[in-house]
Design a protein around this ligand. Structure first.
Ligand SMILES: [Zn+2]
Length: 282
């Protein structure tokens, strides 16, 4: 799933490329992707693109006095394409055809089609339900702010980090990277973390997300790649040596994903039981 660094780089690249372009027409190739009925998507036609912005994991295309708000979920992709004539591929979700013939297209790589879009007037945008419930952006948050966001109410660290209402924009990949960089135990309750955990978390979040954003800017301009190529230290590296201490990285499986961590740096030697098994046994 694209997260803050990839989406931020994409927003910057798209704004540089299409700001000032006029929308010629807007098409819901997959009508179910659009979750709002009023105003109709065609109302975007004639509007000038002002900017493409990111907030949390939402992408916002501002055109005329409307904003198209998109949540890509795990397999949605957004990017500029020069479409050939004829029927678009089945992956096409929503398209904004620009006055230079190119199309800003939301694609959906999975048949489960969970990516969504809604069209809202720019006035009152802050009341959009998906935007209104988002917590602050993670970069630049102070240690006390992190503590407040993640402990009120308390939760399991690796879940709390990914809950957009607490802090917006972090998903599985960068949550794992941040916890490893901060040497924090992924399954600890947030209200039982030591006092110095929050300074480490604040520093790790800035460092991990900042470095990832720098790298994303090098490879993402006007399209998200189908398969993400991120440089990670733990995410996706089960069984490989920890680059800090050399211990074999461990994993804990959940029903839809697995989380990789260093049992020496992060959990004080403790190995987590597989959560898929304990669920079946319960
Ligand atoms: Zn380690």
């Amino acid at each position: 799933m694209p997260e803050l660094p990839e989406l931020e780089a994409l927003a910057e690249g798209l704004t540089a490329e299409i700001a000032g372009r006029r929308v010629e027409r807007a098409v819901a190739w997959s009508p179910a992707t659009l979750r709002t009925a009023e105003p109709p998507l065609e109302a975007l036609a004639g509007g000038e693109v002002r900017a493409v912005r990111r907030r949390g994991k939402l992408m916002l295309v501002e055109a005329g006095d409307l904003v198209l708000v998109m949540h890509l979920m795990s397999s949605g992709r957004l990017g500029l394409t020069t479409p050939p004539k004829g029927r678009p591929p089945r992956t096409a979700g929503i398209g904004l055809v620009l006055d230079d013939g190119r199309e800003l297209r939301l694609r959906e790589l999975s048949t489960r089609r969970r990516a969504s879009a809604s069209l809202v007037p720019v006035t009152g945008l802050e009341h959009h339900p998906q935007l209104a419930r988002l917590g602050p952006e993670p970069m630049g948050l102070t240690a006390p702010e992190w503590r407040e966001r993640l402990t009120a109410p308390p939760g399991v660290l690796q879940n709390a980090l990914r809950e957009g209402r607490r802090v917006a924009g972090v998903g599985r990949c960068y949550a794992s990277e941040i916890m490893w960089a901060a040497r924090l135990p992924p399954l600890a309750r947030t209200d039982r973390l030591p006092d110095d955990a929050w300074e480490r978390l604040a520093a790790a979040a800035d460092q991990v997300l900042g470095a990832a954003l720098d790298r994303a800017r090098e490879r993402i301009t006007t399209n998200l790649p189908d398969r993400e190529q991120r440089l990670t230290y733990v995410h996706g590296h089960f069984g490989e040596p920890c680059l800090r201490c050399g211990t074999s990285l461990a994993r804990v499986g959940f029903s839809e994903y697995e989380l990789v961590y260093c049992p020496a740096c992060q959990t004080g030697g403790r190995m987590y039981a597989d959560r898929r098994m304990s669920r079946l046994l319960r």
